[in-house]
Design a protein around this ligand. Structure first.
Ligand code: PXP
Length: 239
């Protein structure tokens, strides 16, 4: 499995003072140098962490595959088509939420999502849809033309170590199995940390894990190099 590091919270810290430190671009370089295979940045409508200039700078940082996380809005589509990141991940977005709360309802807005995806694919951008691990959403995602889905691991992460862990894990496993059968590549992310990430190896053929909060949090104590290296080891090898 590959490791994508989400650097949003480097920008959260920078924005707390409105200055330039810590620099998300410098953080992205450190992540790549220490094993990250891609960098994810979520440009939110309210620009609470990553800002437009960050996205531009990250897209010019040639060694990194930039995965731009964004909502299904005209504004974001325009930005993606001008910046041309390696990939985009479409997520639902609510202004009041602390973090992305659920997956994108692709099944409930199939025509809208499909017509949003098409120009991105035409521009050579890989498209991923962040969805809950349900049969309905996986089947809908496969109809849009997007090459990837990213399974929302939030419920599994919350349930980890408790009575519902197995149930939530099985939802991910079944969704991944179906997605592969339908020709999709499968990423996963949200709430993964140094403990619960291990079970991701038991899911059939996951391609990449996108992890942010736990890595940036650990980096405060160990430094970003070690935090990324340790996660990379867990993501690369079972055990
Ligand atoms: N994937 C998606 C689609 C997300 O929205 C997020 C959170 O921004 C992540 C992965 C990373 O989640 P976490 O910060 O909990 O690792």
């Amino acid at each position: 499995m590959l490791l994508g590091v989400n650097i949003d919270h480097v920008a959260t810290l920078r924005n707390a003072r409105g200055g330039f430190e810590p620099d998300p671009i410098a953080a992205a370089k450190i992540c790549i140098e220490n094993g990250a295979d891609s960098i994810t940045a979520h440009l939110r409508e309210d620009r609470r962490h990553i800002m437009d200039n960050d996205v531009k700078a990250l897209s010019k940082f040639v060694d990194a595959h930039l995965n731009l996380e964004m909502a299904v809005t005209e504004e974001m589509q325009k930005i993606a088509l001008s910046v041309k990141p390696y990939s985009v991940c479409l997520v639902p977005e609510k202004r009041q939420e602390v973090t992305t709360e659920g997956g994108l309802d692709v099944a409930g807005q199939l025509i809208r999502v499909t017509s949003f995806v098409n120009p991105l694919l035409d521009a050579g951008i890989m498209v991923s849809l962040f969805i809950d691990p349900t049969e309905e959403q996986v089947r809908a995602a496969a109809k849009t033309g997007a090459q990837f889905i990213e399974l929302h691991t939030g419920q599994y992460s919350n349930a980890f170590g408790g009575p519902y862990e197995e149930e939530e894990f099985m939802k991910l496993n079944e969704a991944s199995r179906l997605a592969h059968a339908l020709g999709l590549k499968v990423n996963a992310g949200h709430g993964l940390n140094y403990q619960n990430v291990r079970r991701m190896h038991q899911i059939i053929d996951l391609y990449e894990l996108n992890i942010g909060h736990s890595i940036i949090s650990k980096a405060l104590f160990t430094g970003l190099e070690d935090a990324v290296k340790e996660m990379k080891k867990l993501v690369t090898k079972q055990g």
